[in-house]
Structures are given as structure tokens and as C-alpha cells.
Design a protein around this ligand. Sequence first.
Ligand code: FNR
Length: 180
Amino acid sequence: MKVVAIVGSNRKESYNKKIADFMQKRYTDKIEIEIMPIEDLPMYNEDKELNPPSVVTDIKKKIIDSDGILIATPEYNHSISGFLKNAIDWFSRGDKVMVNKPVMIVGCSPGALGTVRAQMQLRQILNSPGVSALTLPGNEVFIGAVHEKIDESGKLVHEPTIQFLDTVMNNFMDWIQKVK
Ligand code: FNR
């Protein structure tokens, strides 16, 4: 099974990137997770939609070839980051590559709510006509106080969070099979 990961932060030390890296390594025997270089995407422009730069088509091709998508989202001003929204906007136009793709969402923040508000909006966005992804129902992974759950090397070490991620990843793999 092959999943592409979209990390909604372009910060070098992004906690969300660290969570995606952790998942990539932890589930390597079960599922191949490839993190997409969405930092290379230009700002979406409808004028370029029919003839987009190759960086757009390359990433879209990887999504087409995948069995599902993992999104690790930060929360910016009670919503998702513009960086993540920009990527979804590209993917939602032309060949709408997220249509009927299984999606799993995780998100973390140093704050207490762990991206609750951003994820509520993200689920709504993923349900829009151009996206029409098959988001895994329930299974809400809100990782609050993330800075206390990651060690100096950048590894997630908070056992209850790891156990929950294991459960949700299993549910996501079942979901991928179910909707196939
Ligand atoms: C934030 N942050 C933040 N946190 C939160 O819980 N709710 C919020 O609404 C916001 N708003 C917000 C806006 C902007 C512009 C920035 C830069 C940051 C803090 C945010 O959770 C924190 O910076 C995370 O570390 C961002 O995720 P990454 O980059 O670590 O993955």
C-alpha cells in the first residue's frame, strides 16, 4: 500500500513534519509513506491551470498513483495554513486528483487544542466538489502540547499518542481497502 503525505507547514523544524516523519518510519513494514515536496508548488493561478508547471503535474501524478493521502496540518489563525490550502487548490482543478482518494488527517500544535479548528475546516474543504476526497470518518488525531511529546532528536515519544496513531493508521488501512 502506498500513501502520499502532505505536510501543511513549510517550516524547517515543523512539528507536523516530525509527526509525518515518525509515521513514515513507524509504519514502514505496513505501508509506504512518501512526503510530497509541496514547498515547490507555486502560488495557485487559474491562468496556469490548463498548462501548469511540471512540479504541479509531477506531484499530481504521485497522488494519482497512490492508494491514499495522509495530511499533517498545523493550525494558522483557527484555520489551515495558506501553504496547505494552496496545494489543495492545485489538486482540486484540472484532473481532480483527490476525488475518491482516501484521506487520513493528523495535526499538532504546541497549544492545548492540537489543531481542532483547522481540522474541522479541512474536513469541510475535503468535501468540496473539486476535492471530493473520502476522508476517514471519526479518528480525529489532535496532538496538543506537541513540544512536550517530542524529544530533542525530534522523535515522537509520547506513548498514548503513539498508541492512538497506531489505531488510527490501522483504521485508515481498513478504510483504504473498504472504499477501493
Ligand atoms: C500559529 N499558531 C497557532 N496555534 C494554534 O493552536 N491555533 C492557531 O490559531 C494558531 N495560529 C497561528 C498563526 C500563525 C500565522 C502561526 C505562524 C502560528 C501556532 C502554531 O500552532 C505553531 O507555530 C506550530 O508549531 C505550527 O506548526 P508546525 O510548523 O510546527 O508544523
